[in-house]
Design a protein around this ligand. Structure first.
Ligand SMILES: *[C@@H]1O[C@H](CO)[C@@H](O)[C@H](O)[C@H]1NC(C)=O
Length: 176
């Protein structure tokens, strides 16, 4: 496995030739490639994780059928990286083990891990919803399952509102 020093979600911004005719025009991309350090939401305090995620990925949440393909690619890659930041070497699970879950540092990392789960699950649900809106895939069952997990973690984040949240200095892995 190849570990990049700084994870860049590489993608090509292409100026797609727009089809003429009466097809609705796709939105231009609004997201830019970023490292995990830039799109993670685990610093600060608990309580507003979902809003923080949406602020980092400011697509038009009311028009998922027209999210730009480059934005979709960023959302999906970011979801995988957020998941890796939880479970891979150097991620939250490792950091919590190292700090000790009862320590002050370990508690802040656990708050940060919940915020990271909100990040991961919101991006996953978005990806599923976009694929359903754009590709005609029936993701209904999966969306329901992942939304249940997302809502559980949004509630845990709200329950911990105001508590210190600590991120991990995760460098990530950019191989597919
Ligand atoms: C989509 O999947 C859900 C859950 O599996 C099912 O209830 C529904 O009938 C499906 N819809 C279509 C249009 O196939």
């Amino acid at each position: 496995m190849f570990f990049a020093k700084t994870l860049i979600l590489a993608f090509a911004v292409s100026a797609l030739a727009l089809p003429t005719g009466d097809k609705p025009q796709k939105r231009a991309g609004v997201l830019t490639a970023a490292s995990y350090a830039d799109f993670q939401v685990s610093d600060g305090v608990a309580g507003s994780a979902l809003d923080e995620v949406k602020a980092k990925f400011p697509i038009d949440f009311n028009d998922l059928a027209n999210v730009d393909p480059a934005d979709v690619a960023i959302i999906k890659a970011a979801r995988l990286t957020a998941e890796a930041a939880e479970t891979d070497a150097g991620g939250f699970n490792d950091a919590i083990d190292a700090a000790g879950s009862d320590s002050t540092a370990g508690e802040a990392l656990q708050v940060g891990k919940i915020k990271n789960k909100v990040l991961k699950l919101e991006l996953e649900v978005l990806g599923l919803q976009i694929d359903q809106a754009q590709g005609g895939k029936n993701n209904t069952a999966k969306i329901a399952t992942e939304t249940t997990k997302l809502n559980k973690n949004i509630q845990l984040d709200k329950d911990a509102a105001g508590e210190t949240s600590q991120s991990v200095d995760f460098t990530g892995d950019d191989s597919a």
